[in-house]
Design a protein around this ligand. Structure first.
Ligand code: ADP
Length: 448
């Protein structure tokens, strides 16, 4: 629903000046801000100028539209004719582009008064205007003087000066905002530098940790070897007979020294990889040969008649280029874990050729205790072990899987696991069929 406020004929250039003044007066009485008054006056006079070229009968109608979103000023500039050419001409007119920018909406439509341009702008937030107030506005407009062209030019000049002043103010605001942004940027850059500095210090600390581990482990290796050799001498009765109690105690010493040696060896391996001191020995790897060697090495670990260890080369016959020793080390760890955590069923070691991705996948599947989803990532962290009654009976360092992951990285591959508690786990090693050129060379193996 809309209520008419004012009707202005647009028959001469003088009328275009008049409609501009009227637009300013109407928008002022409707409560629009000074800036909006200038916007509305400019949009209306521009469109009126374009429409009055359409011919006689053109007019501007100011009305208050009551829409769902609230009250709006609606200005229709009727061209006074129905010619399609008017519509086409108007559609391309810069006046319409201006009106689109300055008003909330601007449409070209065919109405009773001919082709019309309808512009709308929502009233500023205020209590809705009543019909009585509208009638009052109508009366005020009727009695308001309509200044002459000279006064209008003066008024426009004033508006221009105000707009320029406002523009300058905005420019200054923008400048100060830019300065603020620059300061913030400088702050961020400083923060980045600090973070980099911290990262560098962390890297150094990590390096020191690796060096410390490597040195300490090295220092421990020699005495541990002596303890094991001496225990063996004693157990072999080279120094005379032992009482059963002495034998039991020496066996304790030997087992403890062997466990410690394993820990020291794993620590040394990890430290060496972290220090980039591990070299890959590339050669053609034949799965069948690799599995045969693993079978020989691991058979002694199958201590229960309820668990069988099965190897299946999956028909992978072609050799591929990689480091057999490291693959064997990874699979040995998978298999010994699988055997440790499986009381019944099987441990299956298989290989498959993934032609699509040009990869070889080794999988070790067991029917053991499985691993809960929460722990699947944790077990790849150093010294992480999952709490389980079986775990307490079994030795282990918690370093095997982290080492496997690092070794797989060295080979350009990856290690993954899927598992279900109570059902079993599958650990996989995926390797590229062709060893990545980027990983060859560069390492210096300075010690063994
Ligand atoms: P370790 O076996 O020496 O403890 P690992 O890093 O090889 O160290 O393994 C870490 C932990 O992951 C194990 O202690 C065990 O809790 C869990 N785990 C590894 N493999 C299996 C498996 N096949 N089934 C169940 N749990 C496993």
């Amino acid at each position: 629903m809309s209520q008419r406020i004012l009707n202005v004929a647009l028959e001469s250039d003088q009328d275009v000046v008049l409609v501009r003044q009227r637009a300013r007066q109407v928008s002022h009485l409707l409560g629009f801000s000074k800036q909006d008054q200038v916007r509305i006056a400019t949009a209306v006079s521009e469109v009126a100028r374009a429409a009055s070229l359409g011919g006689p009968g053109a007019r501007a109608i100011f009305a208050l539209a009551d829409l769902r979103g609230g009250q709006q000023l609606e200005v229709s500039i009727n061209a006074g004719t129905h010619l399609a050419s008017v519509q086409v001409g108007l559609a391309g007119d810069p006046a319409i582009v201006t009106a689109h920018r300055l008003m909330d909406a601007c449409e070209i439509a065919d109405g009773a008064g001919g082709t019309a341009v309808v512009m709308r702008k929502a009233l500023p937030p205020q209590p809705p205007l009543s019909s009585a107030r509208l009638a009052q506005i109508g009366a005020e407009l009727a009695s308001a003087p309509t200044p002459n062209t000279w006064q209008e030019v003066q008024q426009q000049n004033r508006e221009l000066v105000e707009t320029l002043a406002e523009l300058r103010e905005r420019q200054e605001d923008l400048l100060s905002l830019t300065r603020e942004l620059e300061d913030t940027n400088r702050g961020i850059v400083a923060l980045y530098a600090e973070i980099e500095d911290k990262a560098e210090r962390l890297r150094k600390a990590d390096e020191m940790k690796s060096r410390f581990l490597s040195n300490t482990s090295h220092e421990l290796r020699t005495p541990l070897s002596s303890i094991r050799a001496l225990s063996k001498l004693l157990l072999d009765r080279m120094d005379g007979d032992l009482t059963p109690e002495q034998e039991r105690q020496v066996r304790f010493i030997e087992t403890a020294a062997t466990d410690l040696s394993e820990l020291v060896n794993d620590l040394l391996d990890l430290a060496k990889i972290e220090a980039g001191k591990v070299e890959t020995q590339l050669a053609p790897v034949v799965v069948e040969n690799l599995f045969r060697a693993l079978k020989g090495m691991l058979r002694p670990l199958v201590t229960s008649e309820h668990v069988e260890l099965v190897f299946d080369n999956g028909g992978v016959l072609d050799a591929f280029e990689s480091d057999e020793g490291k693959i064997s080390q990874i699979l040995r760890n998978f298999i010994s874990n699988a055997l440790k955590f499986t009381e019944q069923g099987s441990v299956r070691v298989s290989a498959s050729d993934e032609a699509a991705s040009d990869e070889i996948v080794f999988a070790v599947t067991d029917t053991g205790i499985g691993i809960a989803p929460d722990h699947l990532q944790l077990i790849f962290e150093e010294f992480a072990q999952v709490e389980h009654p079986l775990q307490r009976r079994i030795k282990g360092t918690g370093l095997g899987l982290p080492l496997c992951r690092r070794l797989a990285d060295l080979l350009g591959g990856r290690v993954d696991v899927v598992s279900r508690t109570g059902v079993g786990s599958t650990f996989t090693l995926t390797l590229p069929r062709r060893f990545p050129a980027a990983l060859t060379g560069g390492a210096d193996d300075t010690e063994s």
